[in-house]
Design a protein around this ligand. Sequence first.
Ligand code: ADP
Length: 262
Amino acid sequence: MIRLVDVSKAYVRTGLALDNVSLHVAKGEFIFLTGPSGSGKSTLLKLVFMEERPTAGEVRVSGVNSATLKRGDIAQLRRKLGVVFQDFRLLDDRTAHANVAFALEVTGAAPNVIPAKVNRLLTQVGLASKAQAFPRELSGGEQQRVAIARALVNDPFVLIADEPTGNLDDRATRGVFQLLREINAAGTAVLMATHNVELMRRSEYRTIEMLHGRLVADSADPAVAARAAARRAEDDAAARAAAVRPSVPLIDDQQDSPLTVQ
Ligand code: ADP
Protein backbone atom coordinates (compact mmCIF):
# COMPACT_ATOMS: atom_id res chain seq x y z
CA MET A 1 0.00 0.00 0.00
CA ILE A 2 2.75 2.44 1.03
CA ARG A 3 6.34 1.36 0.59
CA LEU A 4 9.58 3.30 0.86
CA VAL A 5 12.61 1.45 -0.50
CA ASP A 6 16.08 2.77 0.42
CA VAL A 7 14.84 6.34 0.28
CA SER A 8 17.13 9.30 0.82
CA LYS A 9 16.19 12.94 0.49
CA ALA A 10 18.75 15.72 0.33
CA TYR A 11 17.80 19.38 0.25
CA VAL A 12 20.20 21.69 -1.56
CA ARG A 13 20.69 24.07 1.36
CA THR A 14 20.35 21.81 4.38
CA GLY A 15 21.68 18.44 3.20
CA LEU A 16 20.39 15.00 4.04
CA ALA A 17 16.91 15.05 5.59
CA LEU A 18 16.23 11.32 5.07
CA ASP A 19 19.00 8.77 5.05
CA ASN A 20 18.27 5.41 3.43
CA VAL A 21 14.81 4.82 4.88
CA SER A 22 12.79 1.70 4.11
CA LEU A 23 9.26 1.31 5.43
CA HIS A 24 6.11 -0.63 4.66
CA VAL A 25 2.71 0.57 5.79
CA ALA A 26 0.07 -2.16 5.59
CA LYS A 27 -3.59 -1.63 4.74
CA GLY A 28 -5.50 -0.17 7.67
CA GLU A 29 -2.46 0.27 9.93
CA PHE A 30 -2.16 3.09 12.50
CA ILE A 31 1.43 4.30 12.79
CA PHE A 32 2.94 6.92 15.06
CA LEU A 33 6.00 8.60 13.64
CA THR A 34 8.06 10.19 16.34
CA GLY A 35 11.47 11.76 16.90
CA PRO A 36 12.93 15.16 17.73
CA SER A 37 12.30 18.25 15.66
CA GLY A 38 14.34 18.12 12.45
CA SER A 39 14.61 14.31 12.45
CA GLY A 40 12.79 14.02 9.11
CA LYS A 41 9.16 13.23 10.02
CA SER A 42 7.57 15.91 7.81
CA THR A 43 9.92 15.08 4.97
CA LEU A 44 8.91 11.42 5.14
CA LEU A 45 5.22 12.37 5.08
CA LYS A 46 5.75 14.78 2.16
CA LEU A 47 7.40 11.97 0.21
CA VAL A 48 4.34 9.79 0.85
CA PHE A 49 1.90 12.36 -0.52
CA MET A 50 4.48 13.21 -3.17
CA GLU A 51 4.90 16.86 -2.42
CA GLU A 52 8.61 16.00 -2.49
CA ARG A 53 10.48 13.47 -4.63
CA PRO A 54 13.27 11.29 -3.24
CA THR A 55 16.90 11.98 -4.17
CA ALA A 56 17.52 8.22 -4.13
CA GLY A 57 15.33 5.17 -3.71
CA GLU A 58 11.65 4.71 -4.47
CA VAL A 59 8.35 5.66 -2.90
CA ARG A 60 5.39 3.54 -3.92
CA VAL A 61 1.92 4.57 -2.87
CA SER A 62 -1.19 2.79 -4.08
CA GLY A 63 0.21 1.89 -7.49
CA VAL A 64 2.02 5.21 -8.03
CA ASN A 65 5.82 5.01 -8.12
CA SER A 66 7.98 8.10 -7.52
CA ALA A 67 10.58 6.73 -9.95
CA THR A 68 8.19 6.49 -12.89
CA LEU A 69 5.71 9.29 -12.21
CA LYS A 70 3.48 10.09 -15.14
CA ARG A 71 1.48 13.22 -15.82
CA GLY A 72 -1.67 13.10 -13.75
CA ASP A 73 -0.36 10.50 -11.28
CA ILE A 74 -0.04 12.99 -8.42
CA ALA A 75 -3.53 14.42 -8.89
CA GLN A 76 -4.91 10.89 -8.99
CA LEU A 77 -2.94 9.92 -5.87
CA ARG A 78 -4.04 12.98 -3.88
CA ARG A 79 -7.64 11.89 -4.39
CA LYS A 80 -6.89 8.66 -2.60
CA LEU A 81 -5.24 10.09 0.47
CA GLY A 82 -6.16 12.72 3.02
CA VAL A 83 -3.69 15.09 4.68
CA VAL A 84 -4.02 17.23 7.83
CA PHE A 85 -1.49 19.63 9.33
CA GLN A 86 -0.74 21.19 12.69
CA ASP A 87 -2.02 24.60 11.49
CA PHE A 88 -5.34 23.29 10.05
CA ARG A 89 -5.03 25.27 6.75
CA LEU A 90 -8.74 26.09 6.46
CA LEU A 91 -10.09 28.83 4.17
CA ASP A 92 -10.83 31.68 6.61
CA ASP A 93 -13.56 33.26 4.51
CA ARG A 94 -15.65 30.09 4.24
CA THR A 95 -17.82 28.31 6.75
CA ALA A 96 -16.99 24.83 8.03
CA HIS A 97 -19.56 23.44 5.59
CA ALA A 98 -18.13 25.44 2.67
CA ASN A 99 -14.55 24.38 3.49
CA VAL A 100 -15.51 20.72 3.23
CA ALA A 101 -17.77 21.30 0.21
CA PHE A 102 -14.95 23.08 -1.62
CA ALA A 103 -12.73 20.00 -1.38
CA LEU A 104 -15.50 17.96 -2.99
CA GLU A 105 -16.10 20.57 -5.71
CA VAL A 106 -12.48 20.58 -6.83
CA THR A 107 -12.51 16.83 -7.29
CA GLY A 108 -15.51 17.15 -9.60
CA ALA A 109 -18.21 15.66 -7.36
CA ALA A 110 -21.75 16.03 -8.69
CA PRO A 111 -23.25 19.20 -7.13
CA ASN A 112 -26.40 17.42 -6.03
CA VAL A 113 -24.51 14.95 -3.82
CA ILE A 114 -22.27 17.50 -2.11
CA PRO A 115 -24.51 18.91 0.68
CA ALA A 116 -25.54 15.50 2.01
CA LYS A 117 -21.97 14.22 1.95
CA VAL A 118 -20.68 17.33 3.76
CA ASN A 119 -23.38 16.94 6.42
CA ARG A 120 -22.47 13.30 6.89
CA LEU A 121 -18.76 14.14 7.28
CA LEU A 122 -19.38 17.00 9.71
CA THR A 123 -21.61 14.67 11.75
CA GLN A 124 -18.86 12.03 11.72
CA VAL A 125 -16.35 14.50 13.19
CA GLY A 126 -18.89 15.76 15.76
CA LEU A 127 -19.44 19.20 14.26
CA ALA A 128 -22.90 19.07 12.70
CA SER A 129 -24.05 21.93 14.93
CA LYS A 130 -21.17 24.20 13.79
CA ALA A 131 -21.61 23.75 10.04
CA GLN A 132 -22.29 27.44 9.46
CA ALA A 133 -19.47 28.72 11.68
CA PHE A 134 -16.38 30.37 10.20
CA PRO A 135 -12.95 29.10 11.29
CA ARG A 136 -12.41 32.15 13.57
CA GLU A 137 -15.61 31.15 15.40
CA LEU A 138 -14.28 27.66 16.14
CA SER A 139 -11.83 26.40 18.77
CA GLY A 140 -8.54 24.85 17.64
CA GLY A 141 -9.92 21.35 18.21
CA GLU A 142 -13.02 22.16 16.18
CA GLN A 143 -10.95 23.62 13.34
CA GLN A 144 -8.88 20.46 13.24
CA ARG A 145 -12.09 18.41 13.06
CA VAL A 146 -13.18 20.43 10.02
CA ALA A 147 -9.76 19.82 8.45
CA ILE A 148 -10.17 16.11 9.13
CA ALA A 149 -13.65 16.10 7.58
CA ARG A 150 -12.18 17.83 4.54
CA ALA A 151 -9.40 15.22 4.34
CA LEU A 152 -12.00 12.44 4.30
CA VAL A 153 -14.08 13.72 1.35
CA ASN A 154 -12.70 11.16 -1.08
CA ASP A 155 -12.83 8.21 1.33
CA PRO A 156 -9.03 7.95 1.43
CA PHE A 157 -7.24 4.69 2.12
CA VAL A 158 -4.80 6.59 4.34
CA LEU A 159 -4.96 9.74 6.43
CA ILE A 160 -1.60 11.47 6.80
CA ALA A 161 -1.44 13.72 9.84
CA ASP A 162 1.57 15.95 10.50
CA GLU A 163 1.49 16.93 14.21
CA PRO A 164 -2.33 17.21 14.12
CA THR A 165 -2.53 17.93 17.85
CA GLY A 166 0.52 20.20 18.02
CA ASN A 167 -1.56 23.36 18.48
CA LEU A 168 -4.20 21.86 20.77
CA ASP A 169 -4.68 21.71 24.53
CA ASP A 170 -4.92 18.34 26.30
CA ARG A 171 -8.69 18.02 26.07
CA ALA A 172 -8.83 18.86 22.35
CA THR A 173 -5.85 16.58 21.75
CA ARG A 174 -7.68 13.64 23.32
CA GLY A 175 -10.80 14.40 21.25
CA VAL A 176 -8.94 14.64 17.95
CA PHE A 177 -6.96 11.50 18.75
CA GLN A 178 -10.16 9.62 19.56
CA LEU A 179 -11.56 10.75 16.21
CA LEU A 180 -8.45 9.45 14.41
CA ARG A 181 -8.85 6.13 16.22
CA GLU A 182 -12.47 5.88 15.03
CA ILE A 183 -11.46 6.69 11.47
CA ASN A 184 -8.82 3.99 11.66
CA ALA A 185 -11.26 1.48 13.18
CA ALA A 186 -13.49 2.08 10.15
CA GLY A 187 -10.65 0.91 7.89
CA THR A 188 -8.55 3.97 6.97
CA ALA A 189 -4.82 3.71 7.66
CA VAL A 190 -3.40 6.60 9.73
CA LEU A 191 0.17 7.82 9.53
CA MET A 192 0.64 10.39 12.26
CA ALA A 193 3.74 12.39 13.17
CA THR A 194 3.64 13.46 16.79
CA HIS A 195 5.71 14.55 19.77
CA ASN A 196 2.99 13.55 22.16
CA VAL A 197 4.46 10.79 24.29
CA GLU A 198 1.24 10.43 26.31
CA LEU A 199 -0.81 9.52 23.23
CA MET A 200 1.72 6.92 22.19
CA ARG A 201 1.97 5.49 25.67
CA ARG A 202 -1.78 5.12 26.01
CA SER A 203 -2.27 3.21 22.77
CA GLU A 204 -1.11 -0.02 21.24
CA TYR A 205 -0.25 1.31 17.79
CA ARG A 206 2.96 0.71 15.89
CA THR A 207 5.52 3.38 16.76
CA ILE A 208 8.43 4.35 14.55
CA GLU A 209 11.16 6.61 15.85
CA MET A 210 13.37 8.81 13.69
CA LEU A 211 16.71 10.48 14.40
CA HIS A 212 18.90 12.45 11.97
CA GLY A 213 16.83 11.24 9.00
CA ARG A 214 17.06 7.57 9.91
CA LEU A 215 14.55 5.10 11.33
CA VAL A 216 16.07 4.12 14.65
CA ALA A 217 13.24 2.08 16.19
CA ASP A 218 10.10 0.34 14.96
CA SER A 219 7.88 -1.41 17.47
CA ALA A 220 6.71 -3.79 14.71
CA ASP A 221 10.22 -4.60 13.54
CA PRO A 222 12.93 -4.98 16.22
CA ALA A 223 15.44 -5.56 13.38
CA VAL A 224 15.27 -1.80 12.68
CA ALA A 225 16.50 -1.04 16.19
CA ALA A 226 19.20 -3.71 15.84
CA ARG A 227 20.41 -2.21 12.54
CA ALA A 228 20.40 1.30 14.08
CA ALA A 229 22.45 0.01 17.04
CA ALA A 230 24.96 -1.65 14.65
CA ARG A 231 25.23 1.63 12.67
CA ARG A 232 25.82 3.58 15.88
CA ALA A 233 28.58 1.15 16.88
CA GLU A 234 30.20 1.60 13.43
CA ASP A 235 29.93 5.39 13.71
CA ASP A 236 31.46 5.28 17.19
CA ALA A 237 34.32 3.04 15.99
CA ALA A 238 34.97 5.41 13.05
CA ALA A 239 34.97 8.40 15.43
CA ARG A 240 37.41 6.63 17.76
CA ALA A 241 39.70 5.75 14.83
CA ALA A 242 39.61 9.38 13.65
CA ALA A 243 40.46 10.56 17.18
CA VAL A 244 43.65 8.47 17.42
CA ARG A 245 44.79 9.35 13.87
CA PRO A 246 47.13 12.39 14.07
CA SER A 247 45.50 15.38 12.42
CA VAL A 248 48.81 17.23 11.88
CA PRO A 249 51.77 15.69 10.02
CA LEU A 250 54.45 14.09 12.15
CA ILE A 251 57.69 16.05 12.60
CA ASP A 252 59.56 13.64 10.28
CA ASP A 253 57.00 14.22 7.54
CA GLN A 254 57.40 17.95 7.87
CA GLN A 255 61.16 17.65 7.44
CA ASP A 256 60.61 15.70 4.23
CA SER A 257 58.14 18.21 2.90
CA PRO A 258 59.37 20.41 0.08
CA LEU A 259 57.36 23.27 1.64
CA THR A 260 59.29 23.11 4.91
CA VAL A 261 61.87 25.85 5.28
CA GLN A 262 65.03 24.19 6.58
P1 ADP B 1 10.70 17.08 11.46
O1 ADP B 1 9.38 17.00 10.76
O2 ADP B 1 11.10 15.80 12.14
O3 ADP B 1 10.82 18.26 12.37
P2 ADP B 1 11.72 17.84 8.84
O4 ADP B 1 11.40 16.71 7.92
O5 ADP B 1 10.84 19.05 8.80
O6 ADP B 1 11.84 17.27 10.33
O7 ADP B 1 13.21 18.33 8.58
C1 ADP B 1 14.30 17.42 8.41
C2 ADP B 1 15.50 18.21 7.92
O8 ADP B 1 15.26 18.66 6.59
C3 ADP B 1 15.82 19.45 8.74
O9 ADP B 1 17.22 19.55 8.81
C4 ADP B 1 15.25 20.59 7.92
O10 ADP B 1 15.99 21.77 8.08
C5 ADP B 1 15.38 20.06 6.49
N1 ADP B 1 14.31 20.56 5.61
C6 ADP B 1 13.00 20.27 5.70
N2 ADP B 1 12.30 20.85 4.70
C7 ADP B 1 13.20 21.54 3.96
C8 ADP B 1 13.13 22.36 2.79
N3 ADP B 1 11.96 22.57 2.19
N4 ADP B 1 14.26 22.90 2.32
C9 ADP B 1 15.44 22.67 2.91
N5 ADP B 1 15.59 21.90 4.00
C10 ADP B 1 14.49 21.34 4.55
